[in-house]
Design a protein around this ligand. Structure first.
Ligand code: COI
Length: 357
């Protein structure tokens, strides 16, 4: 276990203000009172891990992250059980993906144990900020890393800052989502950064989200960057299709983000009478399947969004199409409930996914 120095905030949130925040947290509206910060210096390695008050940082205006976007992040949640114990869901998967993202962005890989210790340290200190399980609330934890070196040449930075912040969160989407099949934008290309959780992937998605909204949809369905034919993911989430013959179909890994929720749901599929299948899927197969009833249910999944039903599509070629009867499907609801029950300790954790803080 790494040793963290602690500088306590002199202006902690009052209990009344925290209670008000936890009563209706939204997502990313309120932050816990401290943050973890660990700096990296080339040649010297990772410096002393520190817990400091939640406050602004001083960053040189030439810091490489501000110019060339060398930045990565993760998202995971802490859940409070009815007995008040607090648990993290598969934090080891986030730690491993963080290393993968760092390598793709030519950043210093953070030791996985330091990632885990930093998350645990912050959640322990801020345990009062973990909401009760009602309304599926949790503490959303955001570890991230930036290139902090002030230097305007384009090269790998010599200094990085890793930090962890956290925000109490309710459901990211309060309603089912419709997807816009954009003819204009792609998220990832072969050899690109699609498998890394880096800020640039999200920045470049915003214009397509704007286009989706203009076409009556909450999110974008991304197709591949080469042929615009293969389904990849949607919005900031992975996508899954329930087929009439009992498959849980999802695009294989390649240029998509290897979602922890995606991997977990594929593992649970058989308990819901579904065979998990990872393979390339064309957009025509999806839209034909939705039209014929061969694909009666579609859902998106991710840490923030958990499992979000997809109830319709819109595209320039084929117009508006409803999925099933336009309501969240039975398997979608079942799988969502199962996952959430495991996370809150109400269902057996057969795979040892939960880690107590
Ligand atoms: C998550 O599910 O943790 C995500 O990364 C989505 C986030 C960008 C809101």
């Amino acid at each position: 276990m790494s040793e963290f120095s602690l500088t306590r905030t002199t202006t902690p949130t009052s209990e009344a203000a925290r209670k008000a925040a936890l009563a209706d947290p939204g997502f990313g509206r309120y932050y816990v009172d401290h943050q973890v910060v660990v700096d990296y210096i080339e040649g010297d390695g990772w410096q002393e891990p520190r817990v400091i008050p939640m406050s602004d940082w001083a960053l040189h205006p030439a810091a490489a992250v501000l110019h060339y976007g060398q930045e990565i992040f993760e998202g995971l949640k802490a859940y409070r059980r009815d007995d008040d114990s607090i648990w993290l869901f598969r934090p080891d998967r986030n730690a491993a993906r963080f290393v993968h993202s760092a390598e793709r962005m030519a950043m210093a890989p953070l030791p996985e144990q330091l990632f885990l210790d930093s998350v645990t340290e912050l959640v322990k200190l801020e345990k009062d900020w973990v909401p009760v399980s009602e309304n599926e609330q949790s503490l959303y934890i955001r570890p991230f890393m930036i290139a902090s070196e002030p230097y305007l040449g384009v090269r790998e930075a010599n200094t990085y800052r890793f930090a962890v912040i956290a925000t109490p969160a309710g459901p990211y989407y309060s309603e089912p989502v419709k997807l816009w099949i954009t003819p204009n934008y792609t998220r990832a290309a072969p050899g690109g950064t699609g498998t890394a959780k880096c800020g640039g992937n999200y920045a470049s998605s915003l214009i397509a989200t704007r286009e989706a909204a203009a076409n009556g949809c909450g999110q974008v369905l991304w197709t591949d960057g080469a042929e615009r034919k293969w389904v990849e993911e949607c919005g900031t989430m992975n996508i899954m299709f329930v087929t009439a013959d009992g498959e849980l179909l999802t695009p294989g890994l390649g240029s998509i983000l290897a979602g922890v929720t995606r991997e977990s749901i594929l593992t649970l599929a058989s308990e819901h009478g579904l065979k998990p299948v990872e393979r390339p899927i064309t957009i025509d197969e999806v839209l034909d399947g939705v039209a014929s009833g061969q694909i009666p249910e579609v859902f998106a999944c991710g840490t923030a969004a958990v499992v979000t039903p997809i109830t319709g599509f819109n595209s320039p070629d084929r117009g508006v199409q409803q999925v099933g009867d336009g309501q969240p499907g039975v398997k979608t609801r079942e799988i969502r409930q199962h996952l959430v029950d495991i996370q809150y300790g109400r269902a057996d954790d057969l795979f040892g996914w939960l880690r107590q803080v």
